[in-house]
Design a protein around this ligand. Structure first.
Ligand code: APR
Length: 231
């Protein structure tokens, strides 16, 4: 039986597709205040400001193309004889554009959410304050993105995958945000071999068995080729 592989991706995998990361020099959290655009309180206080932030990111994501790292993970999902589960913190949709399937633990820019009835629908390119829900018609439409203080999506499913994987990889994440930053320890507790791919050390580098240092578009295809050649 081929190994089951679980891969966590963060903003770093999309950096070479031209999308900003959050905590690198000049990143999104250097340009915008988390408390204004990534908390329920900020959205309630000034929904127009938050919508402008997500409208900008939605436009950038729509114009972005997957890079060699996204393509390599899609190939791994196609060609690896065992199960390959991609869990992404990203909301940019680039895994899907590369032909991969991913679990979106922080939601997606592609969908809108009704804060009143939890209905989801394909998000318009531009959302505005007071937009109504197509199902319950309440003026409660919001970006379908998980904010600080909210519970990430699909956590039970993700925990089940971490319980029975043999290989766990983290690509392009700073390891500063939980629960994602704790996945490596859950995988280790299940006996998985762990590998981190990043430009530099992250806050959780100490927990990984192996480290592939370099840009994702270079190290991820190399890692995938190594796995597929070892089948
Ligand atoms: N190749 C590989 N790694 C890269 C590259 C690259 N080209 N460019 C940047 N990185 C790495 C950085 O070294 C850093 O470790 O990507 C990581 C980006 O870290 P963050 O900006 O903190 O992004 P992420 O870890 O995905 O943030 C997690 O925080 O704000 C919340 O919800 C938001 O999902 C996000 C979460």
């Amino acid at each position: 039986m081929a190994d089951k592989i679980v891969i966590l991706t963060g903003a770093g995998i999309s950096a070479e597709s031209g999308l900003g990361t959050f905590r690198d020099e000049g990143g999104l959290w250097a340009q915008h205040r988390i408390e204004d655009v990534a908390t329920p309180q900020g959205f309630a206080r000034d929904p127009a400001l938050a919508h402008r932030f997500y409208n900008m990111r939605r436009a950038e994501a729509a114009a972005a193309a997957p890079n060699a790292a996204h393509d390599a993970l899609a190939q791994l999902q196609r060609d690896w004889p065992g199960e390959v589960v991609i869990v992404t913190q990203n909301v940019d949709g680039l895994h899907e554009k590369a032909g991969a399937r991913a679990i979106h633990m922080h939601g997606t820019l592609a969908t809108a959410l009704c804060a009143a009835c939890a209905h989801r629908w394909d998000s318009p390119s531009e959302m505005a304050p007071g937009a109504s829900c197509p199902a319950c018609h309440a003026p409660a439409a919001r970006p379908d993105v998980v904010w600080f203080g909210e519970m990430p999506y699909h956590m039970d499913e993700i925990s089940d995958h971490l319980l029975d994987c043999e290989i766990f990889a983290a690509i392009g994440t700073s390891g500063q945000v939980y629960p994602a930053a704790g996945f490596v320890q859950e995988a280790r507790n299940s006996g998985a071999r762990t590998v981190e791919m990043n430009l530099r050390d992250s806050d959780t580098s100490h927990a990984f068995d192996d480290h592939l240092v370099g840009p994702a578009s270079k190290v991820v295809p190399r890692w995938v080729a190594g796995l597929l050649n070892s089948r």
